[in-house]
Design a protein around this ligand. Structure first.
Ligand code: SAM
Length: 332
């Protein structure tokens, strides 16, 4: 069983935002004064998320990633992880987090069935981190990374959004940090998603430039790595750093889009199924669910929605890209 869209792509990956709240305010992600948070009533309950999870997996989704906002702020997240991990047919359950609270939760999450984490970390410099996140303490993130590794969440991937004049000079340091700690580092181009994303477009650094900055100094050729598991299912291109076992990935959503292999959809914390990060089309599953829809009726809605997934985003058009979502509400 697989969800096939109208361009023949098999959709196997669902990102689920469990909250719009965040304990950081990264200036490229979350515009000042926003978002208007959902009320308790508007949020999907954990039971509703688990029910939708079962329906999606029944339709062929085999990977779920929990995100937010900051997912670790959602109360009883460990219970949700346990309930999702128990769904037969779900092969991978992962989490994207800023890791501020991860030292408290890593082991319990692992024991509940979480397999791996992606941690957002744009800088190792405490002052720069404080500035980008508007008040965050990078030491908390480092403690979270250590806890994730110790808990056996593997691999631990670090996502670094590269921004001109902000952290682009830190690329070599970040690589050294990743090599030292056995982490998979991924560089991400800024995306013009939501008002904050549009505002940060002027700091955009292309993937080619990121590679050039990373290799400046060592001058060695990076060796492209093909991951059978990632091929066609992940957006990153991976390279091995010569002289080490470490790998870095580049996610070039803008300069070299990977829409033809897109395999994902997103579920917001309010129960809207979002078909593309670069478009506004969505299907409200919560209202149908609360109106008494059966599992079969919800599955039919999802099957219909998949056929509306657009062929690609148009981030290259910047402000006209058609996406007014806030990344903090969609989960990246
Ligand atoms: N709070 C969690 C975290 O910090 O990882 C999960 C949510 S956050 C929205 C998910 C990812 O989206 C982060 O890695 C963040 O860097 C990325 N992101 C947010 N806005 C972005 C933008 N405009 N361009 C590229 N990546 C962005």
């Amino acid at each position: 069983m697989a969800l096939i869209d109208s361009f023949g792509r098999a959709i196997r990956y669902l990102r689920v935002s469990v909250t719009d709240r965040c304990n950081l305010q990264c200036d490229y992600c979350r515009p000042a004064g926003e978002p208007i948070l959902p009320t308790h009533e508007q949020l999907l309950t954990l039971e509703e998320i688990a029910r939708l999870g079962r329906i999606f997996v029944g339709l062929g989704i085999d990977r779920i990633r929990l995100t937010g906002g900051e997912p670790l702020l959602r109360r009883n997240l460990v219970t949700l992880v346990g309930n999702l991990a128990a769904i037969p047919g779900l092969h991978e359950l992962s989490l994207t987090t800023n890791a501020l609270l991860l030292d408290r939760f890593a082991l319990a999450l692992r024991q509940a069935g979480l397999q791996r984490v992606n941690i957002s970390l744009d800088t190792l410099d405490p002052a720069t981190f404080f500035r980008i996140t508007q008040g965050g303490d990078v030491l908390r993130v480092l403690a979270g990374i250590e806890a994730a590794v110790a808990a056996g969440l593997h691999p631990v991937k670090i996502n670094m959004v590269v921004m001109r004049g902000v952290n682009d000079h830190e690329i070599p340091n970040m690589i050294a940090f990743a090599v030292q700690h056995g982490l998979v580092l991924r560089f991400i181009e800024t995306m013009p998603v939501g008002r904050a994303g549009l505002n940060s477009a002027e700091r955009y650094v292309s993937a080619d430039e990121i590679v050039a900055l990373a290799r400046a100094g060592d001058g060695q050729e990076w060796i492209p790595v093909l991951h059978p598991k990632e091929q066609g299912s992940g957006p990153a291109r991976y390279f091995r750093i010569p002289g080490s076992m470490a790998e870095v990935g580049i996610i070039s959503a803008r300069s070299r889009h990977f829409c033809d292999t897109c395999n994902r959809m997103r579920l917001t914390s309010r129960g809207e199924l979002v078909l593309c990060l670069g478009g506004m089309d969505q299907v409200d599953l919560k209202t149908s669910m609360r109106g008494g829809a059966t599992d079969a009726e919800l599955a039919a809605l999802i099957l219909d929605a998949v056929l509306r997934k657009p062929q690609r985003h148009h981030f290259e058009l910047g402000a006209d890209s058609g996406s007014a979502w806030n990344m903090s509400g969609l989960g990246g």
